[in-house]
Every structure is written in structure tokens, then in C-alpha cells.
Write a protein that binds this ligand. Structure first.
Ligand SMILES: [Zn+2]
Ligand SMILES: [Zn+2]
Length: 104
């Protein structure tokens, strides 16, 4: 049986580079603990829009969301904003509400 030729470069995923260790190995944003990216299977980029790793993309998307609390009912929601508060409408009380940025 002949070994199958696998062209890894066709399947390479691009992680978001997160940190570099003393040896110059780059770790990915989606790794729980920093370790060198296996360059035979994956690569890395510093440019968000070039990232193809679904886990890195999820981390990036989450990082853009801030936690807000509804001033009317206290419900916690995620919004893509950095404002201290956002004008909103509370479905629970049927009143206009402010979503207050939570610091944690
Ligand atoms: Zn990744
Ligand atoms: Zn509410």
C-alpha cells in the first residue's frame, strides 16, 4: 500500500497569533495554555480578517462583546459596544430602559 500524499498546505488553518515564547514559537489565541502552533498543519496571522480557525474567531467575536445589565429587569445581555450605557427597550417590563455596562 502506498502512503497517501497529503498536501497539508491546502488544509492549513490560520490561528490568531496570541503570544510568542523565548524560542520564537507562536501560540494561538484559541489554545488554553500557550504552546507552539504545529506549522505542518496550521499557520498564524496577526490580522483578524485572515483568521480561519473557528475557535480563534469565536474568541475574537466574544472579546468584542461587552456585558450589560437591563436597568428595568436586571437581565444580563451582550452588546457589541463600549458605551457606559445604551438606550434600549425592556421586553419584560414594557418600558424604555438603559443597558448599563458591567465591569467584570
Ligand atoms: Zn485557533
Ligand atoms: Zn429588561
Amino acid at each position: 500500500m502506498r502512503p497517501q500524499t497529503i498536501r497539508y498546505h491546502d488544509h492549513k488553518i490560520y490561528h490568531k497569533a496570541a503570544s510568542v515564547n523565548a524560542a520564537g514559537h507562536v501560540s494561538a489565541l484559541c489554545f488554553k495554555r500557550p504552546r507552539a502552533i504545529d506549522r505542518a498543519r496550521a499557520s498564524w496571522t496577526l490580522v483578524d480578517k485572515l483568521v480561519t480557525c473557528p475557535k480563534c474567531l469565536a474568541v475574537l467575536a466574544q472579546a468584542k462583546l461587552n456585558t450589560y445589565r437591563c436597568g428595568q429587569c436586571g437581565k444580563i445581555v451582550k452588546r457589541e459596544s463600549t458605551k457606559r450605557w445604551i438606550k434600549s427597550y425592556c421586553d419584560a417590563t414594557g418600558k424604555n430602559a438603559r443597558l448599563m455596562l458591567q465591569d467584570y
